[in-house]
Design a protein around this ligand. Structure first.
Ligand SMILES: Nc1nc2c(c(=O)[nH]1)N[C@@H](CN(C=O)c1ccc(C(=O)N[C@@H](CCC(=O)O)C(=O)O)cc1)CN2
Ligand SMILES: [Mg+2]
Length: 303
């Protein structure tokens, strides 16, 4: 609850992402004017998963909107691992490509980890390569994965200085949980990483000034798991049946019971419209940073 006893501030990730894309667009225009450099992002989609097709299309549109070059590659669902890795190596060597992203999930015959390992760490705008994970853990400049970076930006928009706060991250994936925890540690939070084997998870969660839920289980975090006034960041994107919308229809919910938690939290992200839109904006952010570094130009800070 906010100080005046009202329900939580609803953190508008869609609006924040739009503002961030605007600032990125300004930097891209300046890069072109001052250095003749146009950042380029290559996105590779294997197969025709409908959700992935939408995300890839949206990435292409957003990339062009900020003035970057977008290179899209659609490979058939039966593409071999070696052929995909060969495509990645070709993009690693292409100087007009500053960022590379292979859309996940990839078909079963392809190892996601091998794909991640093959992308040049300097072009790894998803921030998933072990070198970038290591750089983050070591406090070195690297590329930070997009969803965690988006979470941190939203948290810092609510509270600029979070040093000394108790942060609890529920979930320990390489994609979200671990990098979010590292980012919060870098901001001098006291960080707990909780997970499915954590004893008395509800009590641990209720100790958090900042609670990040990234478990992938619909509405798992209940209202009484939230400390009054806490910042709650919901990374979950779970499709559940929605018979009220018609037979066979679904709706998207997070890992947090939003209706209950918003009565207790100080600020909370909705699903949809919270963390999700930040992912693509942060991808553009990372492509801009990667392009500057590859060209030996000072990368913008604190966008
Ligand atoms: N290589 C990657 N693959 C995937 C990633 C990723 O970051 N890198 N993330 C997801 C998919 N994704 C981007 O690729 C993505 C997912 C969701 C959203 C988003 O804006 N969600 C909306 C709701 C959308 C809906 O209604 O279905 C929201 O939360 O408001 C953006 C990007 C998996 N693959
Ligand atoms: Mg969201």
């Amino acid at each position: 609850m906010t100080e005046d006893g009202m329900t939580a501030r609803i953190i508008d990730g869609k609006a924040y992402a739009a503002g961030l894309r605007g600032r990125i667009g300004d930097h891209v225009a300046r890069l072109q004017k001052d250095h003749g450099l146009t950042p380029g992002l290559a996105v590779v989609l294997v197969g025709n998963d409908p959700a992935s097709e939408v995300y890839v299309r949206n990435k292409g549109i957003a990339t062009k909107e900020v003035g970057m070059n977008s290179f899209e590659f659609k490979l058939p669902a039966d593409t071999s691992e070696e052929d995909l890795l060969a495509k990645v190596r070709e993009l690693n060597a292409d100087p007009s490509v500053h960022g590379i992203l292979v859309q996940f999930p990839v078909p079963d015959q392809i190892s996601q980890q091998k794909v991640i390992d093959t992308i040049s760490p300097d072009k790894d705008v998803d921030g998933l390569h072990p070198v970038n994970a290591g750089r983050l853990a070591s406090g070195l400049d690297g590329l930070v994965s997009c969803t965690p970076l988006g979470c941190l930006m939203l948290i810092k928009d609510v509270m600029a200085d979070i040093a000394g706060k108790n942060a609890v991250v529920i979930g320990r994936s390489n994609l979200v949980g671990k990098p979010v925890a590292q980012l919060l540690l870098k901001e001098n939070c006291t960080v707990t990483i909780a997970h499915s084997r954590t004893a008395d998870l509800a009590k641990v969660a209720a100790s958090a000034d900042i609670l990040v839920a990234a478990v992938g289980r619909a509405k798992m975090v209940k209202g009484d798991w939230v400390k009054p006034g806490a910042i709650v960041i919901d990374v979950g994107m779970n499709r559940i049946p929605a018979p009220e919308k018609g037979e066979g229809k679904t709706r998207l919910v997070g890992d947090v019971d939003f209706e209950a938690a918003k009565e207790v939290a100080g600020a909370i992200t909705p699903v949809p419209g919270g963390v999700g839109p930040m992912t693509i904006a942060c991808l553009l952010h990372n492509t801009l940073i990667a392009a500057c570094r590859q060209a030996g130009i000072a990368a913008p800070e604190g966008l």
